[in-house]
Structure formats: structure tokens, C-alpha cells
Design a protein around this ligand. Structure first.
Ligand code: DGP
Length: 113
């Protein structure tokens, strides 16, 4: 999608610090980290948010979670980590390209759920 920041990052038009890539997903460090490890995992197709996941594209979600497990191991998050996916304005989603935040490297105290 032409005006999507994450599509531009995937295409290499905007620089990013890559931590993982495969046929389905691209993962890079968040520009505004909220934890010692803060990685974004994004599908290589433009899906706006979880509301747009269906049987035609859900393989990208499964592959994203496979990537999350690999990245967490590679980043040494053996003590645990949090995966967050914001969908829509009420959740505070600022970039309208589906993405999973991996947060770790610190004991997290605040929980909503
Ligand atoms: P969300 O609020 O869930 O939509 O999170 C979007 C995240 O994307 C936010 O934590 C900051 C990050 N972000 C936005 N623009 C860029 C960018 O150009 N590069 C990188 N590395 N991260 C970005």
C-alpha cells in the first residue's frame, strides 16, 4: 500500500533495524521502545488490523507467531515476554498495518488482563 509506513519499511524505502525476515513476515526494532526488547512483527501483505483477518490471509498470522517464538528465543527472552496487537482507534493503533509488538527484557508490573 503506497502510503503505509510499514509497507515502505518492508520494501526498504524507509530504513529499519531488522531482526528477522522470512517469506511471510518482517520484524524490526520499534522506533520508540517501551521495554529493553521491543520488536515489531509485520506481515508482508497489507492487512490493516485484526478486523481484516480471514481465511485468505490468516496464514500470515500463524507465521507471525512462529516468528515471534524464534525472535524471543534469539533475543534471550527466556523469562517471558508480552505480545500486544492493537486494533483500531480505541486500542490506540497508530499504524494501520497489522503488527505484533514483542516486549521483554524487564519484569512487567502493569497488566490490563
Ligand atoms: P501501534 O500503536 O500499535 O500502532 O504501534 C505502532 C508502533 O510503530 C509504535 O510503537 C511506533 C512504531 N513506529 C512507527 N513508525 C515507525 C518507524 O518508522 N520505524 C519504526 N522502527 N517503528 C515505527
Amino acid at each position: 500500500m503506497a502510503d503505509c509506513i510499514f509497507c515502505m519499511i518492508i520494501n526498504g524505502d524507509i530504513p529499519s533495524t531488522k531482526v528477522y525476515e522470512d517469506e511471510y513476515v518482517y520484524a524490526f526494532r520499534d522506533i520508540n521502545p517501551q521495554a529493553p526488547v521491543h520488536v515489531l512483527v509485520v506481515p508482508k501483505v497489507h492487512i490493516a488490523c485484526t478486523a481484516d483477518i480471514d481465511e485468505s490471509n490468516s496464514v500470515y498470522v500463524a507465521k507471525a507467531y512462529e516468528a515471534i517464538a524464534k525472535i524471543a528465543k534469539a533475543e534471550g527472552l527466556d523469562a517471558g515476554y508480552r505480545v500486544i496487537c492493537n486494533c483500531g482507534d480505541d486500542a490506540g493503533q497508530t499504524v494501520k498495518h497489522l503488527h505484533f509488538h514483542i516486549l521483554g527484557g524487564v519484569k512487567m508490573t502493569e497488566k490490563m488482563v
